[in-house]
Design a protein around this ligand. Structure first.
Ligand code: HSE
Length: 336
């Protein structure tokens, strides 16, 4: 399988490393290598039809700030014309017009390539159009990494729980907010300081208002509504309140009642909402740190809860690896 990596920040570098680390698995399970035939960031491009060394790409990026030496001229043209099997799209989320990711993904799908993306913007705004484009071109669009990093909620719900009726979903979808709320409660830190710490950990979005105003959670909730509940919504359809106005006093009052405040996303019936809620201490949704968690209510299995790290270099790469493996498995099944 030949892949082209679009975007070579934390996530792009992480998946390149993991592709390098898992070559033995690809060979033993699928009888083939996964080769990176190209990678680009916002200013440069590295390409070789015979495959690039992932470690060299990461080292080149670390030392020079660029993944390649060639100028990144017309990436859309390259995405449409290069010879590869899957685009791995890891450009930053933009919920205004979802570019450049939207054009990259659409171009690849229309060129008959599978797409694996971690980018929430295009999926939170144009989910159905993208699915239709993938279907029309008989290729896969996979996006496990777009919600909850290493918390495997999408593939779990769509594949392993396919026989279930899933009635509703509630969960914590933003690690930055969870970290802030937790630090405010446990250490009595003021909001601004807790936010600064979250930014230093590298969890916050490039624009942290996406986190604290619930935009990131709403985008993820819209993706889950489309992917798991078959809805046709955008993040604008989510009723949203962030955590900007949660005071130290409110957190202390919750503590007195043995409760914590958490930013909860909920899908039930027609309700699509992200808002701060009181959760009893010890309840699964009172989970701390930067963890994400989702609880599904299903007809046969009852309550299914899945938690995991919501962001991070290797964690997000782990989700993208599961999508690479799903595509390889699908191709293997077609060959039998
Ligand atoms: N800013 C996000 C979070 C990163 O804090 O959860 C993962 O989407």
């Amino acid at each position: 399988m030949r892949v082209l990596i679009a975007g070579f920040g934390t996530v792009g570098q992480g998946i390149a490393e993991v592709i390098g680390m898992r070559q033995n698995l690809f060979s033993s399970e699928f009888g083939q290598k996964v080769e990176i035939i190209g990678a680009f960031d916002s200013s440069s491009f590295a390409g070789n039809p015979r495959g690039l060394d992932p470690a060299e790409l990461v080292s080149q990026k670390k030392t020079s700030g660029k993944v390649g030496v060639k100028r990144a001229d017309d990436m859309v043209k390259l995405i449409g014309e290069l010879d590869y099997d899957a685009l791995i799209e890891t450009t930053p989320t933009n919920v205004v017009d979802s570019e450049p990711g939207l054009t990259y993904i659409t171009t690849a799908l229309n060129a008959g390539k599978n797409v694996i993306t971690s980018n929430k913007g295009p999926l939170a705004l144009k989910f159905r159009e993208l699915c239709r484009t993938a279907e029309k071109n008989d290729v896969q669009l996979r996006y496990e990494a777009s919600v909850g990093g290493a918390m495997p909620i999408i593939n779990l719900s769509r594949e392993l729980l396919r026989g279930e009726q899933i009635y509703s979903l509630r969960g914590i979808l933003n690690g930055t907010c969870n970290f802030i709320l937790n630090r405010m409660k446990d250490e009595g830190l003021p909001f601004e300081q807790a936010l600064r710490e979250a930014q230093e950990l590298g969890y916050a979005e490039r624009d942290p208002t996406y986190d604290i105003d619930g935009v990131d959670s709403a985008a993820k909730l819209a993706i889950l509504a489309n992917a798991i509940f078959g809805m046709n919504v955008t993040y604008h359809d989510v009723t949203r309140t962030g955590i900007r106005n949660i005071s130290e006093e409110a957190i202390a009052m919750a503590s007195e009642q043995n409760k914590v405040i958490r930013l909860i996303g909920e899908i039930s019936g027609n309700k699509l909402e992200v808002s701060p809620r009181l959760v009893p201490s010890g309840h699964p949704l009172s989970i701390g740190g930067t963890l994400n968690i989702v609880q599904l209510i299903t007809d046969l299995a009852g309550e299914v809860t899945v938690a995991g790290r919501g962001a991070g270099r290797m964690e997000t790469a782990s989700a993208m690896l599961s999508d690479i493996i799903a595509i390889l498995t699908d191709e293997q099944a077609k060959c039998r």
